[in-house]
Design a protein around this ligand. Sequence first.
Ligand SMILES: O=P(O)(O)O[C@@H]1[C@@H](OP(=O)(O)O)[C@H](OP(=O)(O)O)[C@H](O)[C@H](OP(=O)(O)O)[C@H]1OP(=O)(O)O
Ligand SMILES: Nc1ncnc2c1ncn2[C@@H]1O[C@H](COP(=O)(O)OP(=O)(O)OP(=O)(O)O)[C@@H](O)[C@H]1O
Length: 476
Amino acid sequence: MEADEWKFRGEGNAFLVLTNTRDGMVYRFAKTKHWRKGLLSKCNKNEKNEVIHEEMKLVVDYMKNVMRPLLGCAFVELPVLKDIAGGLPFSESEIKGFRPAQRKGQHVKPCTIHPATLSALVMPDLCFVRGGPAFTSPTISVEIKPKKAFMHVHSTDTPEEKSLVCKFCMHQRLKAKTKQWSETSKYCPLDLFSGNRRRMKQALIALAHTPQNNLRICQDGEEVHGACRDGFQGGELCCVLQEALGVTSPVLRHNGYSKSDMLVQVFLDLILETLLYVPDQPDVTRSQAWSPRPANVQSCQNSLSQSESFKQDEVYSIPEGCVLERILSIQSRDRLDIDGIYPIYTDLVNQFKQSPGSSITSNLDGPYDQGDWLAAMSQDGCDLIIEQENPVNKVKQFFVSKTVQDCSIMVALQKVPASCNEKEVGPCVTLDGGQRVRFSVTVVDLDPKPFCKIETYHNQDEEIVNEYRETSRDVQ
Ligand SMILES: O=P(O)(O)O[C@@H]1[C@@H](OP(=O)(O)O)[C@H](OP(=O)(O)O)[C@H](O)[C@H](OP(=O)(O)O)[C@H]1OP(=O)(O)O
Ligand SMILES: Nc1ncnc2c1ncn2[C@@H]1O[C@H](COP(=O)(O)OP(=O)(O)OP(=O)(O)O)[C@@H](O)[C@H]1O
């Protein structure tokens, strides 16, 4: 493959993502220092490529055998593991200008990507609508990293604050202290998952105002709003939206609102429709496993929606089968939180020390193709059974939940020519002026988490709660 065929698409903590303009596919390359909790930086040069290949195989297996059955095949694109011959087609200095600002501050060695990193997870470029015919009009993509969308019920083992303020909002205080972001997020995940359209819209507006790494909007794959760009109401984004959505002026002249305000409203409603969309194709792989969701719609004390006149006792729910409902019900499979999981983890570590064979048979770091991970998810959720359940299964439920607490939703939107036949284009939303917009919704970043990370979670949780308490004391 030629160097000029590659474009920077994105970067996370563990992966650098490039798109290949020739095959239209996206390639996820592991960042040697950050993937799998530094495991790769511990192996020697010769081993590294082999280890990356084996670890990527595990990611594919986990997505195929655990994540896709749980989330449903309509929302999951399986990657293909490929080896790229001839090494990487770029140097770190060539991509420097594209890297997100928050990553540039990370101390990465000059060789973020080791030259021997030839394996890549290859999947369609989800900044574009999946499937269907190709159209020439621009595509807008919206990437949302929704984070943990529920609070655990208070128990004697957990700090009380954790049942009043959600993890994301609490974590903001620690992020402010460590100067991770210049501005505190106004977003609260519990609003986005509330099922109340007004709260959901408020969550989207909050994301738009303080996107951090939770919102990224691109036009044809180029970022137009996100951590690196400002100005949600600004001219640039409005021009992009108007062109991409083909919204006509009459639709935008309502109730004295400005054109750009109306355009933003149309856009937010459109995103909501896609997040609430329930695929009608029969979902053959979706697990019939136990699928709990918090019984009541929860609110976080920190959310802006607390100051609004929402009726707290009103019950809203997100439609069963939409992407938000799938994510929330899988996240809710962890009933114990890190407070309940940590003692189980330390017991298991001791047990594994005494009998190393049991560590291997537990499959906690894979393999993921034996059916045991999915079986662990189908345990009944009642408290008595949770008590009696096998500790390894409890940890598996915790990890599955953790993966989905860290995933992102990629929505791609593209207007459809009037002449186009409905069946051909796939899911569509029709705007007030009659313009049809087709879309696809996909969940990405569904990687397994390593067993040893429980130690990090435990320490991080303590830090989050301590910082929250300290800053709350300052306010009183
Ligand atoms: O622990 P959290 O909630 O801060 O989540 C981490 C993310 O932080 P953020 O979303 O910014 O708060 C973090 O994202 P950033 O690097 O901050 O963009 C990673 O996604 C990390 O996962 P991994 O170590 O790459 O597997 C995430 O770690 P996991 O907790 O998902 O293992
Ligand atoms: N299939 C895809 N199509 C388009 N863009 C993608 C795709 N996969 C990833 N990206 C982009 O690349 C970015 C980084 O990818 P990814 O989430 O895989 O990295 P990561 O290191 O796992 O992230 P994290 O820090 O959240 O763990 C994403 O935020 C997204 O913008």
